[in-house]
Design a protein around this ligand. Structure first.
Ligand code: HEC
Length: 399
C-alpha cells in the first residue's frame, strides 16, 4: 500500500514539476528571444514615451505589440505581471520528488555500496549539503567582483569538481540528479534572491520618484545570463535517468561534464544567433563534444568482451544465468514483486520464465555490465555473476 501511495505522489509530483518547468523555461526562453528581436520604434510618440525597442508578432489569432521601456514608463500601470511562480513551483515540486524518490528511497536510488559504502542518512546530508553549499559558494563568487572570464573559469572548475565528487559518493543516477538539482537550485535562488528583488527595487524607486540603484540591474543581468547557460545541462540531467549508458558508465562524471558543456555551448550559440549573425563555433564545439561522448562510450563488439575470451571454449550454461537472475533480479522483476517498496514489475520487465529472460537478454546484459542493476545492488550481485551474464550474452545469449 505504501509503495502504491508513493507511486501516486511521484506521478502527481512529476506532472506538476514538468508542467511548471515548461512554463518557467518557456517564459525565460521567450524573454531572451524577445530581447534579442526588439527593434527601435519608428513612431516618435513611442520614442518620446521612453520605449527603446518593440516587436510585432502574430500568434493565436491576434497581433501583439510588445514594447520595452529603456528605464520605466512615466506612470506605472495598475497591474504588472511578474514571472516568478513558475520558477518557485518548479523548485518546490522538484525538491518534493528528490525527497520522495532519492531520500525516502535512499538505499535503492541514492546509495550504491560499490561506489561508497555510506549510510542512507549520511548520503541525504551530503545531498542537501551540496545544494546549500553550492548556492552559497556560487553567490559569494558572483559578488566577489571578478571579471566575467575569471568567474566562468572558477565556476567551471568547481562544477567539474562537483560532478566528480558526487559520482564518487552516490549511485550514478543519484549523482547526476544531484548535479542537476544543484544547478536548478542556483537558478531558482537567482530568481528568488537576486532577480526578483532587483525588479522590486525598480518598481519601488519608480513609486518614490527616485533613480533606481543600477547595481540591482547589473546583478540581475549577470544571474540571468548564468541561468541561460545552466538550462540545457539541467534538462539533460532531469531525463538522464532513462539513459543508463551515461550515468552507469565507469567515467560517468566525465560524461556528465562533457554533455553539460555541450549543452551550455549549444545554448550560447542559440542566444547569439537570435541577436543576428553569430559564429557557429560554439554549436560546432557542442556537437563535437556530444559525438565524442557517443563514440567514447560505444559498447565494445561482443567478441571483444573480456569475459568472452576467458570462456571461449566453454559456453555458459543458460541454467546458471537463470539461477543468477532468479536470485538477484526476480525479487523486483516479477509479476508480484516481493521486494518491499516495489509495487509492480519495474518498467513492466519480468524475468521469471526462460522466455522472458531470453526476450530481454540485451537489456539484462547492459544493465548488469554497467552495474546499474540490481538497483542499489540490494540483492548483492557479485562481479563474477556479472561476468557470467556478459559471457553468456557474448556467446549469443542461447538457451
Ligand atoms: C530492488 C529492485 C530491483 C532489482 C533487484 C533489480 N531491478 Fe531492475 N529495475 C528496478 C527498477 C525500480 C527499475 C526502473 C528504474 C527506473 O525507474 O528507471 C528497473 C529497471 C530495469 C531495467 C530497465 C532499464 C531501462 O532504463 O530501460 C532493466 C533491463 C533491469 N531493471 C534489469 C535488471 C536485472 C537484469 C536485474 C538483476 C541482475 C535487476 N534489474 C534487478 C528494480 C530492480
Amino acid at each position: 500500500m505504501e509503495a502504491y501511495l508513493i507511486d501516486w505522489l511521484s506521478l502527481l509530483g512529476r506532472w506538476l514539476h514538468i508542467l511548471t518547468g515548461i512554463a518557467w523555461i518557456g517564459a525565460s526562453f521567450y524573454f531572451v528571444w524577445l530581447d534579442n528581436h526588439l527593434v527601435p520604434p519608428t513612431d516618435p510618440e513611442l520614442q518620446k514615451k521612453g520605449v527603446g525597442g518593440e516587436l510585432w508578432a502574430v500568434h493565436g489569432g491576434g497581433f501583439y505589440n510588445a514594447q520595452k521601456y529603456l528605464v520605466a514608463p512615466e506612470k506605472l500601470p495598475p497591474s504588472l505581471h511578474w514571472f516568478k511562480w513558475e520558477a518557485y513551483w518548479t523548485w518546490m515540486s522538484g525538491f518534493f520528488l528528490l525527497c520522495l524518490i532519492y531520500y525516502v528511497g535512499a538505499s535503492s536510488y541514492l546509495v550504491d555500496k560499490d561506489v561508497a559504502d555510506i549510510a542512507s542518512g549520511t548520503a541525504i546530508l551530503i545531498g542537501l549539503g551540496t545544494l546549500i553549499a553550492g548556492w552559497i559558494i556560487y553567490d559569494r563568487l558572483c559578488e566577489a567582483k571578478l571579471s566575467g572570464t575569471t568567474l566562468a573559469a572558477i565556476m567551471t572548475v568547481l562544477l567539474i569538481g562537483a560532478a566528480y565528487g558526487l559520482c564518487h559518493v552516490f549511485s550514478g543516477r543519484g549523482a547526476y540528479l544531484h548535479f542537476g538539482a544543484l544547478l536548478g537550485t542556483i537558478m531558482v535562488a537567482n530568481v528568488f534572491f537576486v532577480i526578483i528583488p532587483g525588479q522590486r527595487e525598480l518598481v519601488i524607486a519608480k513609486q518614490q520618484g527616485r533613480v533606481p540603484d543600477p547595481r540591482h540591474g547589473l546583478r540581475g543581468k549577470q544571474r540571468s545570463v548564468h541561468n541561460t547557460y545552466f538550462t540545457l545541462p539541467v534538462i539533460f540531467v532531469m531525463f538522464s535517468n532513462h539513459y543508463a549508458m551515461t550515468y552507469g558508465h565507469r567515467y560517468n562524471w566525465l560524461i556528465l561534464v562533457a554533455i553539460s558543456l555541450a549543452g551550455a555551448a549549444i545554448r550560447t550559440w542559440f542566444v547569439a544567433r537570435h541577436k543576428g549573425k553569430a559564429s557557429p563555433l560554439p554549436a560546432i564545439v557542442g556537437v563535437l563534444l556530444l559525438a565524442g561522448v557517443a563514440v567514447a562510450i560505444a559498447p565494445a563488439p561482443a567478441s571483444n568482451a573480456p569475459a568472452a575470451a576467458a570462456t571461449q571454449s566453454n559456453p555458459v550454461e543458460f541454467l546458471r544465468v537463470q539461477i543468477i537472475i532468479q536470485e538477484r533480479c526476480v525479487r523486483c522483476h516479477a509479476a508480484t514483486p516481493t521486494q518491499p517498496g516495489i509495487n509492480a514489475a519495474p518498467k513492466g520487465l519480468m524475468f521469471e520464465t526462460a522466455e522472458q529472460v531470453l526476450a530481454h537478454a540485451q537489456q539484462i546484459a547492459q544493465q548488469t555490465a554497467s552495474k546499474v542493476m540490481p538497483l542499489g545492488n540490494l540483492t548483492g550481485m557479485t562481479d563474477e555473476e556479472r561476468a557470467v551474464i556478459a559471457a553468456w550474452f557474448a556467446h549469443g545469449a542461447q538457451k
